[in-house]
Design a protein around this ligand. Structure first.
Ligand code: MSP
Length: 524
């Protein structure tokens, strides 16, 4: 078995309700996973929850619950969000899984034995909210710290540090030699600029248990727990390891605890990850610390860190205090999952920041989904049923050149993960075919018995295009694509791009009954 295409999302903190930004990231990653499946590549898609650390401990305390109990409840909500979003994830990792904890401890032991850590005192400032040490450099001109850091306290404590100095140059060389390692390009330039102009400070990888107890115990010092980011980043490799990925297990070697029950599975080749999809705020962790951790662990680096932008609502930052956070579950309940998936991928390219507006959402729903795609499918099938009792006429190739060209364009864009551009190209085809209906006017042809053959030609072109469209939209709108296939009374799922070649509908095949794909939402 060959290596699978392995794609991951950031794992979400479980300290509140799911946020539209988190949902957006999961959807674009799902589309990428489905694109690779549609291209016929064995694919593995991982998402999950980040459950340790100060934020979670504090929220659990505020809720009056032991952290594990609190996490179990919240993780169930996130798992069900994956279902609500229509994700095709192959697994769901929780950082409180005992298997993950065992792997973290094995890695920490290995790195400690190999001389990557040292213990040292620290005297300085600490942001409780961001769980980060601050220095004098982080002070503003008036001597205060940015309110974004939340409460900042003065700390004196000993911790374990990961030596960074020896890693800076090879990381710069790696990023320079691999132009696709960080995408989009402007993010790559930011990381390179940072690495070239700053000396990396050693990374503090522990927190004293006396101050923070909710974390994975440090295997070589019982007074400490592991820093939440060290624990969280490793999820990408621990899950493959737990499922027996030989590359990961070889790197863990003798450090894996006896009796861990992990069995090698040579058929499951996941590592290295092909893409880590993350938000722009956590690039440094993924493009600097994670590669360095992997190098120290003697594991190959991921092929790409793909950083998306952030959503605002009506041009303002979404925040719980303002109360303007878009709730993805409420939107899906009102509009349907595919409407949500469509809006977020069509509105925002992967990279820049985006702006959610309810009017924009409703506008795209009405114009592009209901009147564009929905109407085309509905009228094509209705006419075939009305004029030909649903029986597919002989093949005719009038739209073949347009459809074939669009399929080639979309295939190329999908390979580059240009999701927004793919949707634009697909909708260009939809508009073209809706025009074709207006131009050929099958409703007029139907009134003239002399035009019976021409009517058959037009109807074939229409229903065949509907079939191809189902295949093209499947990665984005899997539910709708499946419904188009069942309305066409086709067996199986439109989940392979190869099915998009022209001429798939056979003469004599009888289609099913159309039903509106995007019903009118009154009052919107
Ligand atoms: N737990 C860490 C990630 C660890 S990955 C090893 C974390 N969690 S988070 O819940 O705060 O964020 C999860 C993801 O959601 C991040 O990639 C983050 O960028 C993304 N988003 C959170 N708010 C967002 C927006 N407003 N817009 C788009 N994405 C945003 O960070």
């Amino acid at each position: 078995m060959s290596k699978r295409f392995y794609v991951t999302t950031a794992i979400d903190y479980v300290n509140g309700q799911p946020h539209v930004g988190q949902a957006y990231e999961k959807v674009i990653t799902d589309v990428i996973a489905r694109v690779h499946r549609a291209l016929g590549e064995p694919t593995f898609f991982l998402t999950g929850t980040d459950e340790h650390g100060q934020k979670v401990q504090q929220t659990a305390m505020a809720a009056g619950k032991p952290p594990q109990e609190y996490c179990d409840e919240l993780a169930a909500i996130w798992r069900s969000l994956a279902g609500t979003l229509g994700l095709s994830n192959d697994d769901f990792i929780r950082t409180t899984d005992p298997g993950h904890e065992a792997i973290i401890q094995a890695i920490l032991t290995k790195l400690n034995e190999n001389g990557h850590f040292y213990r040292a005192p620290y005297h300085g400032y600490y942001s409780m909210k961001e769980e980060t040490f601050l220095t004098e450099k982080d002070r503003r001109e008036d001597g205060t710290f940015d309110p974004l850091w939340g409460q900042v306290v003065e700390l004196v404590e000993e911790n374990y540090y990961f030596k960074m100095g020896r890693h800076q140059q090879w990381l710069i060389d790696h990023i320079e030699a691999n132009p696709d390692f960080i995408a989009p390009g402007f993010r790559r330039n930011e990381v390179l600029g940072f690495l070239r102009n700053n000396t990396l400070e050693d990374l503090c990888i522990t927190r004293p248990k006396a101050r923070l107890s909710w974390g994975i115990p440090l295997p070589f010092d019982p007074d400490y727990i592991t820093y939440v980011w060290f624990d969280a980043l490793v999820n990408y490799a621990s899950l493959p390891g737990l499922r027996g990925d030989p590359v990961v297990l070889d790197a863990l070697g003798p450090w894996l605890p006896e009796g861990s029950g992990i069995e090698r599975n040579p058929d499951l080749q996941l590592w290295p990850a092909d893409i880590h999809v993350i938000g722009k705020d956590i690039i440094k962790f993924h493009a600097v610390y994670w590669p360095i951790m992997l190098k120290a662990m003697e594991l190959p680096l991921p092929r790409q860190i793909l950083a998306h932008g952030w959503w605002q609502k009506d041009n303002e930052r979404m925040s719980k205090t303002t109360g303007n956070v878009v709730d993805p579950v409420a939107v899906i309940q009102e509009w349907g999952v595919d409407a949500f998936r469509y809006y977020v991928t069509r509105e925002l390219d992967i990279g820049p920041d985006g702006n959610w507006t309810d009017a924009g959402f409703a506008g795209r729903y009405q114009a592009e989904l209901a009147n564009g795609l929905g109407n085309l499918i509905n009228r094509s099938l209705s006419m075939l049923r009305r004029y030909r009792e649903g029986v597919v006429p002989p093949r005719h190739d009038e739209l073949k050149p347009d459809v074939t060209a669009a399929v080639a364009t979309v295939r190329n864009l999908l390979r580059q993960h240009s999701l927004q551009a793919s949707l634009i190209a697909i909708w260009r085809l939809i508009d073209r075919v809706n025009q074709y209906v207006d131009q050929t006017a099958p409703f007029k042809l139907a009134k003239d018995p002399a035009q019976a053959e021409r009517l058959g030609e037009v109807l074939y072109n229409l229903v065949e295009t509907c079939r191809v469209l189902a295949v093209l939209i499947w990665p984005f709108l899997p539910d709708t694509a499946g419904r188009i296939f069942s309305q066409l009374a086709l067996e199986g799922s439109p989940d392979r791009l190869d099915l998009a070649s022209w001429g798939g509908l056979a003469e004599g095949h009888v289609v099913g009954t159309p039903a509106p794909l995007f019903p009118r939402r009154d009052g919107k």
